[in-house]
Write a protein that binds this ligand. Structure first.
Ligand SMILES: [Zn+2]
Length: 255
């Protein structure tokens, strides 16, 4: 039988990394169940960040804050599902997915978003910086939540996710306060841009606006944005502050 001898000679300059996006999720369940789901046949993620206060984590014999690497980064994990950002869809192909144990619930039409454990926030920062250092193609606006890329279908990682604090560490995007305040003053004095203009800004930033053709679709889009960039109120109503945050982001990253 013939065998092939592979000689490593990695001098090619014309290739790309698969990875363009870093996507955060919450599990909406405890450690044991989440680990079972993410190692089962229908869903996976590259990383799972447990919660040290979760009873099933402690029962499994863990005491320290760990990060589980479930899928090699060179492989596609199944975490994003039907998804869209900019001109790309099916973001499993081009992303690294990080699942975080958090018991967010949706009951009788109402979401409850518990805070993330400070130890989780610490290791999420370390993990993200480690990943971003290895994938320079992941720009600030390509560090996203599941809710950003699956509008109306997903709400994770939710309004308790520390996007602003992470941005101060160099992870992901955030607006400049001065720009936002100036825009907000203008909107308060002279009125907000019309919906058609705001839709252009959402699209310029990367959001999928294709389903925002009626009031219900627009509300879902606004809510997705607010979950990430205006977490103190994510009711889906466009207001001057939401518009100013959006316009400030576009002027910073897509001038
Ligand atoms: Zn998710």
């Amino acid at each position: 039988m013939k065998t092939i001898n592979y000689t490593p000679y990695r001098a090619s300059k014309s290739f790309n990394s698969r990875v363009r996006f870093l996507i955060f999720h919450y599990t909406a369940g405890g450690f044991a169940g989440s680990l079972a789901t993410l190692t089962g046949p229908s869903a996976s993620a590259h990383y799972l960040v447990p919660d040290i206060s979760d009873p099933s984590y402690q029962q499994a014999g863990h005491t320290a804050q760990e990060v589980f690497n479930l899928v090699d980064e060179t492989q596609r994990a199944w975490h994003a599902g039907v998804s869209q950002w900019g001109n790309r869809n099916s973001l499993n192909d081009t992303s690294i997915g990080v699942e975080i144990v958090n018991r967010a619930t949706f009951k009788d039409g109402v979401f409850n978003f518990p805070p993330y454990h400070p130890e989780q926030i610490r290791v999420i920062g370390e993990l993200a910086l480690n990943i971003l250092a290895r994938y320079p193609d992941i720009g600030p606006t390509q560090v996203l939540g599941h809710s950003d890329i699956a509008i109306g279908r997903k709400s994770d990682p939710g309004p308790m996710f520390p996007w602003q604090a992470l941005s101060l560490q160099g992870i992901g995007a955030w607006y400049e306060d001065a720009t936002r305040d100036e825009l907000l003053q203008g909107y308060n004095a002279c009125g907000m841009p019309p919906r058609s203009e705001l839709l252009k800004l959402f699209k310029a930033y990367g959001y999928d606006t294709s389903k925002a053709t009626d009031d219900a679709g627009y509300r879902q889009l606004v809510r997705a944005f607010q979950l990430h960039f205006r977490p103190e109120n994510y009711d889906g109503e466009m207001d001057a502050q939401t518009a100013a945050n959006l316009a400030a982001l576009v002027s910073k990253y897509f001038p």
